[in-house]
Design a protein around this ligand. Sequence first.
Ligand code: HEC
Length: 159
Amino acid sequence: MKTRNFIAFAMAGFFGLALITSCGGGKTGDQAKTDSTAVSAAPAAVPSAEEMAKGKAIFETPGKCITCHQANGQGIANVFPNLVGSKFLLEQKVLAVTQVLNGSAKVGNKTVKYPAPMPPQLATKEEAVAVINYVLNSFGNQGGVVTMDDVKDVVVDPR
Ligand code: HEC
């Protein structure tokens, strides 16, 4: 009996707390609304339609990305990595651009080992930035953008 009373008391406490929290949440919501006019609170940037079209054309060129990472970006288990939700892609955009230019053997900070490294794919930063912006925002990814300025210090290996 006593235990049950205690549980009832604890639950009342929990719901009371939830109620207080949700009221507090309302306030935060109002504040967020005010903040959303500020640049810093804007939603994640997306590439221009032109950039997306350019990246898609590169991705889908026979022999390029699509050949290994597949039309859905999910790759082939244990052979070619899935680009959907890839931590490396989403969190290390500049390295992802570098990898497309110079191959993965050079970049090499991987936790998963694949049978073969990714060979260099493209020769210009413009193309590499476009295709990385495309994969950052395709197949369900909402990864923001990488700019030419972000990759200004990347050196393209001579071919
Ligand atoms: C010949 C097959 C092949 C092609 C073509 C290819 N990749 Fe890859 N890609 C790989 C392999 C293998 C890895 C894993 C390399 C490693 O971990 O060393 C990889 C890794 C990646 C990663 C990192 C993913 C992660 O989570 O580690 C990205 C991003 C990527 N590729 C993008 C691209 C893009 C964009 C293109 C086209 C411009 C492309 N790849 C073309 C084979 C390929």
